[in-house]
Ligand binder design. Structure first.
Ligand code: NDP
Ligand code: OXD
Length: 306
């Protein structure tokens, strides 16, 4: 059996060596050096080349290299093939810390002071009193962020696909629920998976429902945001500021207006990076489960696409 590593855009040699050490019975190969596509049963994928999938006639399982599965073209993989993803407490904690840090940075006006520092301007102001964070997506990462915010004194609301109840978080679902939540929140954090239902969700209509002091923090996927709508909401003071970790094209083009926008804080898709130790542990556990005919862990619901 071949475990094919089809992770593009990074050097996979360490990943392959670590997987091979944990799975001595399995032949771990890099997609570009594959010796026998028919023997490939398990693929670890991140932006795999599109022409790879039709060659894998004996494919039995696919794993994402990350928490999101949008880098995998699910329509190219037979419906009976399970797709799994990385679920990791350390990743969730990294995300929660990132979200808390950026909420606090906006509350404490840090970006304003960085800009004033470059002009040698001394102008102290009270921090904002805003305390209410709305989270789009209440899954592994949304919940971790919510708990970190609650533990730090924030009021948290969350919006999800299905109806939920939580003792410390006000839960919303459906479009009507979203419409009710948006005007109440001071900070809006996007932690949705990218799907046909969520692409472009941060658009003019949504931004108009937020209060003018609101801050948008997108840590999910760039395609959740209509860039021109976000820039125009910032320029017309419909919202106060934004933190963006993810972009439609990554790396972000040097000419993109986000780089120099005074109201945007930008980071290079680093909010919660997959840890190689967790990845190799989870992949090898799932490969062993596949070999022993057991149910895989961290399966994606193929009908929902996340
Ligand atoms: P989960 O699948 O655990 O949670 C997704 C949440 O979104 C669920 O609460 C789900 O609702 C909700 N949801 C999905 N579709 C809709 C919809 N149409 N309307 C309303 N709610 C919806 O995902 P994770 O929390 O693990 O990850 C979220 C995303 O974060 C990933 O898909 C990835 O894109 C991004 N990410 C970003 C990283 C970074 O470094 N910037 C790192 C890792 C991930 P329900 O609970 O009802 O199913
Ligand atoms: C992920 C990511 O989905 O890093 O894990 O964005």
């Amino acid at each position: 059996m071949i475990l094919l590593v089809a992770v593009t855009g990074r050097d996979c040699s360490q990943l392959i060596a670590r997987l091979q050490a944990l799975l001595p019975e399995v032949d771990v190969q890099l997609w570009s050096e594959c010796s026998n596509y028919e023997a490939v049963e398990f693929v670890l994928a991140w932006n795999a080349p599109a022409d790879l999938w039709p060659k894998l006639v004996n494919l039995k399982a696919v794993s994402s290299f990350g928490a999101g599965v949008d880098s995998i073209d699910l329509s190219a993989i037979a419906a009976h093939v399970p797709v799994v993803r990385i679920v990791d407490d350390n990743l969730a904690n990294d995300m929660a810390e990132y979200v808390l840090t950026h909420v606090l940075a906006h509350k404490l006006r840090l970006k304003e002071y960085y800009l004033k520092q470059s002009a040698c301007t001394w102008k102290p102001k009270r921090a904002y009193a805003h305390q209410h964070v709305g989270i789009l997506g209440f899954g592994e990462l949304g919940k971790a962020a919510a708990m970190k915010l609650v533990a730090n004194g924030f009021k948290v609301s969350a919006w999800s696909n299905s109806e939920k109840q939580h003792p410390e978080v006000s839960c919303y679902h459906t479009q009507q629920g979203l419409n009710e939540m948006l005007p109440l929140v001071d900070y809006l954090v996007c932690l949705l998976p990218l799907s046909q239902h969520t692409a472009g969700i941060i658009n003019e209509a949504l931004l108009t429902m937020l209060p003018p002091h609101a801050v948008v923090i997108n840590v999910a996927r760039g395609k959740h945001v209509i860039d021109t709508d976000l820039i125009s909401a910032l320029d017309s003071n419909k919202i106060r500021a934004a933190t963006l970790d993810v972009f439609t094209e990554e790396p972000l083009d040097k000419d993109h207006p986000y780089w120099s926008h005074d109201k945007i804080t930008l980071t290079p898709h680093c909010a919660a990076l997959s840890d190689i130790n967790s990845v190799v542990e989870q992949i090898s556990a799932n490969v062993k489960r596949l070999v022993y005919g057991e149910e895989l862990i961290n399966k994606v619901d193929r009908t929902k696409g996340y």
